[in-house]
Design a protein around this ligand. Structure first.
Ligand SMILES: *Cc1c(COP(=O)(O)O)cnc(C)c1O
Length: 365
């Protein structure tokens, strides 16, 4: 028996998502996966510890109701506008399954998953997994968001695409987009438009109100990056109740685990703590950016918890290795539009200092 024949051809040929490494190396400085360098609030940790008891035998709340109520109150919408997922990645996958036809079922715009390049490298994997058609359009100069009229002139963007993603602030460039320019696209777009705001707490503006104003627009948020909760896997969407309930129909019945719900609720009860962390990350980001620029790196202005920088003297791929030799992990993406850059997660000030020390050593060699 040829085992490979037991697997769908689509899956056999699929290129899976490649997450940043999580190696166990003593003394490693990990600036490769945009994790927050600061631990969650002590109140969050104690809420989780308190929940570790006999209730493990019970299923968690199937609709994450207490968490959705809190999110709705904070964002000024109804609980019917909110769905919680096992990380926002789960919800992004559900959105493709709910809104996009596989190409073998329907051709044209109905089967299109569309996004700008560069952006989040999970979108193509999710589209391929579903057998959808991918449509990509390059961002403008310095990773600018093309205006609707530029997109019309370019003829490549499909305003009727079943589903489009905009990563805002953009990953991996860190470039932030204003609410006004995003609104232009929201107005022009006929299909579902997801504004992926994974990094928005580090940005100047957010676009939440657009998801409450335009029925085809959804905002995606996560507790992973700004709220130091990667480990627990909690993300959410805000959008029109009809879109949200379509997603709700196809999710797993208990998609968000109990401790994740507890941790996320406790996080929302202590937002002041996190605002302090955002400020620290932003201050370190600005310092790292200007020091790297003074060493000759071209640093893309960032509104996220990472910077995207084009190094000098060696190729970005060589820098990746030289930094790794010094136990510093950053991220490099080998796509044509990203291969000249390193993506460096903002760590603590101490980590930033160690990183800059290593950069100076490498430059001096
Ligand atoms: C990290 C990230 C996510 C996913 O976050 P989850 O941990 O699955 O909630 C989504 N979009 C972008 C752009 C990200 O960088």
């Amino acid at each position: 028996m040829k085992i490979a024949n037991l697997i769908r051809p689509l899956v056999r040929e699929l290129h899976a998502y490649v997450p940043g490494e999580q190696p166990k190396i003593a003394g490693l400085i990990k600036l490769n996966t945009n994790e927050n360098p600061y631990p969650p609030s002590p109140k969050v940790l104690s809420a989780v510890k308190k929940a570790v008891d006999g209730r493990f035998r019970l299923y968690p709340n199937p609709t994450s109701q207490p968490l959705r109520q809190k999110l709705a109150a904070i964002h000024g919408c109804g609980t019917e506008n909110v769905i919680v997922g096992n990380g926002s990645d789960e919800l992004l996958a559900l959105a493709i399954r709910a809104f996009v036809e596989p190409a073998e079922v329907s051709k044209g715009s109905r089967s299109i998953v569309q996004y700008f390049t560069p952006s989040y490298s999970l979108y193509p994997v999710l589209a391929d997994t579903h057998g959808a058609t991918k449509n990509t359009v390059p961002l403008g100069k310095h990773f600018a968001l093309p205006t609707p009229s530029e997109l019309k002139r370019g003829k490549q963007w499909d305003f009727k695409a079943a589903l489009s993603f905009v990563t805002t602030p953009n990953a991996p460039s860190g470039r932030g987009y204003g609410r006004a320019e995003l609104e232009e696209l929201c107005k022009a777009q006929k299909g579902v438009l997801i504004l992926d705001e994974a990094y928005v707490d580090f940005a100047k503006e957010n676009a939440l109100e657009l998801a409450l104003k335009y029925p085809n627009v959804i905002i995606s948020r996560t507790f992973s990056k700004a709220y130091s909760l990667c480990f627990q896997r909690v993300g959410y969407f805000i959008g029109h109740p009809e879109l949200i309930s379509a997603l709700d129909k196809i999710r797993d019945s208990y998609n968000v685990n109990g401790l994740g719900q507890v941790a996320a609720v406790a996080t929302l009860d202590d937002l002041e703590f996190y605002r302090g962390n955002f400020k620290k990350v932003i201050a370190t980001r600005e310092r790292l950016s200007s020091e790297l620029a003074s060493l000759g790196f071209t640093v893309s202005p960032s509104e996220a918890n990472f910077v995207f920088a084009k190094p000098v003297k060696f190729s970005a791929q060589e820098w990746l290795k030289k930094l790794r030799d010094r136990k510093i992990l950053v991220r490099w993406f080998g796509y044509p539009e990203t291969k000249d850059f390193l993506r460096i997660t903002i760590g603590t000030d101490k980590e930033a200092d160690a990183f800059l020390r290593a950069v100076r050593q490498i430059l001096a060699k």
